[in-house]
Design a protein around this ligand. Structure first.
Ligand code: DGL
Length: 261
């Protein structure tokens, strides 16, 4: 069976893979980590667009996937239209900030979107706010550090809570006696840190993690998986080609075996 390819600059897309495996265990998955280019949040838009369009071409040729899930907001908000145009026969599923559900759910009318500086800058994100968030106050908060903190946490088990506190602080707004009640996790790395975020947040909020919704959407586009006696193998590929034992250990816990690209 052709694999389903999940793609991110780092380990963030594993938050989506976790849901996909749970809801669609019979599909073979390939998880691609573009660690050679991490973090995407700091890239110039034109350079990142070009890099991604070329890389997706190579991945399609190598893996012939039945679908590609771009499990990365920073990449999806920039190139989802470009890659669909460049590879019209390929099914792509993107990950973009969950502004619509947040705007529907908020009671205070104050919503924050926590993302990389790249996602915060994107026209795509501004358009989502215009289309779905015009009746609420949406604050965009770009963090340059959180994706890296999540990488360290998942590989080494350590996170600097003061750094997390400082990064999320701008999400919490008090205005006319109302407070922010929803924070959208608009980077797939962030759900790995959500327990720490909860711990250091100045008051409780709903943290929206879109992973399950993305997984459901992706699976709804796939033909039913063939029944098998055993779970199909899952593979992980690193674009840097570097050996990273900590990452390998982590990927194994997600049922992925590290292979050469
Ligand atoms: N996981 C990525 C996202 O969802 C971004 C991490 C990075 O800065 O590369 O936006």
């Amino acid at each position: 069976m052709r694999p389903v390819l999940l793609f991110d600059s780092g380990i963030g897309g594993l938050t989506v893979l976790r849901e996909m495996r749970l809801l669609g265990p019979a599909y073979p998955y390939v998880y691609v980590v573009d660690d050679a280019a991490f973090p995407y949040g700091a890239w110039e838009e034109d350079a990142l667009r070009e890099h991604l369009v070329v890389l997706f071409g190579k991945l399609i040729e190598r893996w012939n996937p039945q679908a590609i899930v771009i499990a990365c907001n920073t990449a999806s908000t920039l190139v989802i239209h470009d890659v669909r145009k460049a590879y019209p026969d390929q099914c792509f599923v993107g990950t973009v900030p969950a502004i619509k559900p947040a705007a529907e759910r908020t009671r205070s009318g104050l919503v924050s979107v926590l993302a990389t500086p790249g996602t915060v800058k994107r026209q795509y994100t501004r358009d989502l706010i215009r289309d779905y968030g015009s009746k609420v106050h949406v604050r965009l908060v770009g963090s340059s550090a959180l994706a890296g903190l999540a990488e360290t946490y998942m590989r080494a088990g350590y996170v600097d809570e003061d750094a997390v506190r400082a990064e999320i602080a701008p999400c919490f707004l008090e205005q006319d006696g109302k407070r922010t009640d929803i924070v959208v996790l608009a980077c797939t790395h962030y759900p790995f840190l959500v327990n720490r975020m909860r711990k250091v947040a100045p008051w409780p909020v709903d943290w929206i993690d879109p992973a399950e919704a993305i997984a459901r959407r992706a699976l709804s586009l796939l033909p039913p998986a063939e029944d098998a006696d055993a779970l199909p193998a899952g593979y992980a590929v690193f674009t840097s080609g570097r050996d990273d034992l900590a990452a390998d250990r982590l990927l194994l816990t997600f049922g992925l075996e590290h292979v050469e690209g």
